[in-house]
Design a protein around this ligand. Structure first.
Ligand SMILES: [Zn+2]
Length: 131
């Protein structure tokens, strides 16, 4: 995994509400790290907290941020697939799993059915609309 240098501003992912975010935090208020622009705009975040400068590291590399986010996403997807497979092995219904995923049973089945993981399924015997 790529090691990021600088620290992300708390609002770096808030693209709509903090359009002027400079991404790299320069100050910390309590546990919240903020860039100069977001620190100037803060309202309740860090209220009453004294500003502590963030150690002067290199600014956040946006391309390294992409690499790190991609690595976390890949890892999270693998964990989710394993959790779904284990839930199925332990008898949880596709409907219950889909509910936890916020999707339809059919979409969950399409996404998490693997060519090697279907040995316990009886394919083609259930109606596509069965729940
Ligand atoms: Zn910011």
């Amino acid at each position: 995994m790529v090691d990021m240098t600088g620290q992300l501003c708390h609002y770096a992912t808030h693209l709509d509400s903090h359009t002027g975010c400079e991404v790299s935090a320069v100050v910390r208020r309590g546990t919240v790290a903020l860039c100069t622009a977001c620190d100037a705009l803060r309202s309740t975040v860090g209220k009453g907290q004294a500003a502590t400068p963030v150690p002067a590291l290199s600014p956040v590399s946006l391309l390294d941020w992409i690499s790190q986010a991609h690595a976390r996403l890949t890892s999270a997807e693998a964990e989710q697939a394993a959790a779904v497979a284990r839930a199925r092995q332990h008898g949880h219904s596709r409907a219950a799993i889909a509910d936890r995923l916020g999707t339809t049973r059919q979409a969950a089945q399409q996404r998490f059915s693997s060519p090697h993981g279907n040995q316990h399924q009886t394919r083609g015997t259930r109606s596509p609309t069965a729940t």
